[in-house]
Design a protein around this ligand. Sequence first.
Ligand code: P6P
Length: 345
Amino acid sequence: MSPSSSISLTRFLIEAEREGHIQPDLRLLIEVVARACKSISIAVGKGALGGVLGDAGGAGEASINVQGEAQKKLDVLSNDILLEANAWGGHLAALASEEMDHAVRIPEHYPRGRYLLLFDPLDGSSNIDVNISVGTIFSVLRCPDCVDGPKDEDFLQPGTSQVAAGYCTYGPSTMLVLTVGHGTHAFTLDREIGSFMLTTRGMRIPEDTKEFAVNMSNQRHWEAPMQAYVADLLAGKAGPRGKDFNMRWVASMVADVHRILTRGGIFSYPLDAKCAEKGGKLRLMYEANPMALLVEQAGGAASTGRQRMLEVNPTGLHQRVPVFLGSRNEVETAVRYHLERDAAA
Ligand code: P6P
């Protein structure tokens, strides 16, 4: 067996196909997405020299996406890169993006495939202008036999239906983290040859942790179970948890999740009074679900705080959910705080 560093993404996917873990067209789709991520990495890496920082939109008027968020130039550029890369390959029936109101069908003049691709083209993009790691998150579903062409509703499948999920993090190195349902694996971009090289086969999240990731400035807006859970984390060794905890919050989900996949921890974006009416801050279909599959495949857990994330039945393409994910025992503890207090209420 070659050392991991000499196994390219292409070889890894061919071996996965040979083992029956993926179909040929899914292998080719993942290669297309990886190639698009390389292009996004180049654009992100240029920073201020590339003329792509700052907000999208013309002089004086911001470009606002379906989320109601101001788009960055790189949000739009990354979205366009993914749309163009996936248009002609013949693997997809349709695509859906955080940056687009509705699903987009493959143009009529190209062959249509049997997969649906969902993505957040540049998650954490508010960090771009301050040079903090950002990333692309993607999820692949099978397209049901949609006679009149895929619609938004065809994407509304639970996370357990994903056939592949991954992210690309544009940090000190560019890394692709991928699962096709047989473990979670990390690839690092070798810029000299332009290939993603396998650098961790079978990522494993420690079941326990002393590190949590949450935006503490929202504390006063949290529900009572979350208030109680975090208060006990902060109480440290003298408190009911009996150990001291550290905190990290990058405000870039891909960066926070990558740290947790690498060394453990719990990530949470809980329901709070500011986002309660929307159901949460983070999006189910192209943020929470792909991250949940990656984390579960690495031995971790992912929940809404009251339900396994991958079993949430979607009701909308841009549906938002509360998110708890990471070290299995810690996520289960956070869920216990919610369920026990719900029962006592
Ligand atoms: P806040 C980035 O905008 C994002 O969608 C995630 O990547 C990140 O975890 C979260 O929002 C940060 O939210 O409220 O801390 O800025």
